[in-house]
Design a protein around this ligand. Structure first.
Ligand SMILES: N[C@@H](CCOP(=O)(O)O)C(=O)O
Length: 340
């Protein structure tokens, strides 16, 4: 492709796009508490990124953060973030959808402010990524923007940002949006494929794209609205597709998360089928920092994933620590590079 861009939203304070929305939300809660409104804390259910952002901003503001996490379903790096920032962490024996259900019930009973993307303050912050994209292109509208989707607040936030710029007369159209889901957690994809006729939540299966391992997204209606009003598309990616795509991107010098791999896989499919043209200006949204997901990369490069070819794996070479052995492998390597 001639005009392909990756918008890095994960190179931020806690390493994901959630920072954009959470700074807005926590600032507002801070204000409410200064006005003596009865808010005892801020809570969320999370697959790891929302909880990290919430905990960091709450710690800075001196506000108690309460996070509900699905036990053993998020990366170690994500788990340690709220712990380090002093949040009250509940590790629950359920999946994300179970955590979401529980936090909604709890926040209906207690004066804990709900920080998930149901809350429009979050989306107000997140939509700035869309405005930034337009600004960075000098207000020329890209043809496509591809966003990984789990709880589905973000695809709507992008729509909101682009639509706002159109309403303000800054641009005359909005890009076509693509929401990319993991095939193991694909309720939006199935809904799209049914012609938006029949939404059914799914039981999300394990995926390397763990932050979007969600079967009953809270922002389903808003996501559908965004897609319908942007001539949008939903695509999905298998585990092998998303891991291969992530690895290929890393081999260009990036270090992306598996969710960005999902978005890149969607692009590959849409490009192969000719839906996305060679010269179309296309932006893939990278949602989190790859350093949060190193275990998946280690597994891939060690070829330790069952039923996966791991064809772009680049495992380290074990060599005896003597000059001759090192020279041997080095010459072999350089020769292979010379031929390629
Ligand atoms: N992937 C999310 C899941 C919660 O989504 P939210 O946008 O509604 O907070 C996470 O990082 O927890």
């Amino acid at each position: 492709m001639n005009d392909l861009w990756v918008k890095h939203c994960g190179i931020s304070h806690t390493g994901s796009f959630k920072d954009l929305g959470m700074t807005v939300l926590v600032s507002q809660v801070n204000r409410l508490r200064k006005l003596n409104k009865p808010v005892v804390g801020v809570g969320c259910a999370s697959t790891g990124d929302t909880s990290a952002a919430l905990s960091a901003y709450c710690a800075a503001a001196g506000i108690p953060a309460i996070v509900f996490l699905p036990a053993n379903r998020i990366s170690m790096a994500q788990l340690v973030q709220p712990i380090a920032n002093g949040a009250f962490v509940l590790s629950l024996d359920t999946d994300f959808d179970g955590c979401m259900q529980l936090i909604r019930e709890v926040t209906a009973e207690l004066p804990i402010y709900l920080a998930n993307s149901l809350n429009s303050l979050r989306l107000e912050g997140q939509k700035t990524a869309a405005i930034e994209i337009l600004q960075q292109f000098n207000w020329e509208v890209p043809d496509w923007v591809i966003v990984p989707g789990g709880n589905l607040g973000n695809i709507y936030a992008f729509y909101k940002g682009f639509s706002m710029c159109k309403e303000l007369g800054l641009v005359d159209r909005i890009p076509r949006l693509v929401c990319a889901q993991a095939a193991n957690a694909n309720p939006l994809y199935l809904y799209y494929k049914s012609g938006w006729k029949d939404f059914k939540s799914v039981k999300a299966a394990t995926t390397f794209a763990s932050a979007i391992q969600i079967g009953d997204p809270v922002s389903i209606d808003r996501a559908v609205f965004a897609l319908q009003n942007s001539n949008g598309i939903v695509e999905e990616a298998t585990e092998e597709e998303l891991m291969d795509a992530m690895t290929r991107a890393d081999l260009t010098g990036m270090f992306i998360c598996p969710h960005t791999g999902v978005a890149l896989s969607a692009l590959i499919k849409l490009r192969n089928s000719g839906v996305v043209g060679k010269n179309d200006r296309t932006v893939v949204v990278s949602t989190a920092h790859g350093l949060k997901f190193t275990q998946s990369k280690v597994d891939y490069h060690s070829k330790e994933i069952a039923d996966m070819g791991c064809r772009y794996a680049n495992p380290p070479v074990n060599v005896k620590a003597d000059f001759g052995s090192v020279m041997d492998v080095l010459k072999k390597y350089l020769l292979s590079k010379d031929r390629s």
